[in-house]
Write a protein that binds this ligand. Structure first.
Ligand code: ADP
Length: 165
């Protein structure tokens, strides 16, 4: 059984992430999207909310499963019984960090290889951070995130703004 884990923050999931999920799922028997519960970052959405959004937008792909995890990605990959880590490369700026992570993970577990997907050009500039920034200033994010996610982002940002006032 070929199994891969696509780890990330997905705060929130973007069309770029979804494109990688669809392409990676077509290559393996099972793709597990690992949603990182990172105490060091303050996410816009809780890990449960991020899992739910990913479930909503991947419902059409039968061999995709969404799971929350914390700690080292490579440990989670091992727990899942997976052989591959999936990551996306948007631009050269991603490359150095991703190469370092892939080499580190391989030195921790030689049974795990990282598969890199180059992003679809029309999604290459999209990041979760940019989505939040555009939404904060009231811009249109419908081109950046799946339709199910658009209102979740606007509503949460409005709520945060009210909290801070
Ligand atoms: P992390 O905090 O681990 O970087 P992200 O959710 O930002 O988590 O990204 C997870 C993975 O998805 C990374 O490999 C990243 O390069 C990739 N990714 C992010 N945005 C895009 C995009 N627009 N197109 C393709 N891949 C992307």
């Amino acid at each position: 059984m070929k199994r891969a884990v696509y780890p990330g923050s997905f705060d929130p999931v973007t069309k770029g992430h979804l494109d990688i999920i669809e392409r990676a799922a077509a290559l393996v028997d099972e793709l597990i999207v690992g949603v990182l519960n990172n105490n060091k970052k303050t996410p816009l959405f809780s890990v449960e909310e991020r899992v739910k959004m990913l479930e909503d937008v991947t419902g059409h792909i039968p061999n995709v499963r969404i799971e929350a995890f914390s700690g080292l990605s490579v440990e989670f990959v091992r727990q899942c019984g997976a052989q591959f880590i999936v990551r996306g490369l948007r631009a050269v700026t991603d490359f150095e960090y991703e190469l370092q992570m892939a080499q580190t993970n391989r030195s921790i577990d030689r049974g795990v290889d990282t598969l890199f997907f180059t992003t679809e050009l029309n999604y290459a500039y999209i990041s979760s951070t940019i989505v939040k920034e555009v939404a904060f200033y009231g811009g249109d994010i419908s081109g950046f995130v799946p339709p199910q996610v658009v209102d979740c982002v606007y509503n949460r940002i409005q709520a945060k703004k009210r909290e801070n006032n």
